[in-house]
Design a protein around this ligand. Structure first.
Ligand SMILES: [Zn+2]
Length: 91
């Protein structure tokens, strides 16, 4: 039986942004290694954390409510713009 060293290993893929040149890239980070910027070779990298997927109903409802509030505000702004337009062009 043979076992390839990488078989079944989980190599995490991270999002990075380079502090040196601002490049954003993804890199596989094996334990004990540090990625460098593919663009400038710099090591000053910032790891970007992606938000975890949330399945909680409460959070979902909150997000929906926030979206509705935002939509309402946008609609209000549109209505106001429309009224202003009509007021100016009322002849
Ligand atoms: Zn860079």
């Amino acid at each position: 039986m043979t076992s390839a060293s990488n078989a079944g290993a989980i190599i995490p893929l991270y999002d990075f942004s380079c502090k040196g040149c601002g490049a954003a890239f993804e890199a596989l980070v094996r334990p004990g290694t540090r990625p460098s910027c593919p663009s400038c070779g710099g090591k000053g990298l910032e790891r970007q954390f992606s938000l975890p997927t949330v399945h909680s109903t409460g959070t979902h409802e909150k997000a929906l409510k926030a979206a509705k509030k935002r939509d309402a505000r946008q609609a209000d702004q549109r209505n106001r713009a429309q009224r202003e337009y009509e007021a100016k062009h009322d002849d």
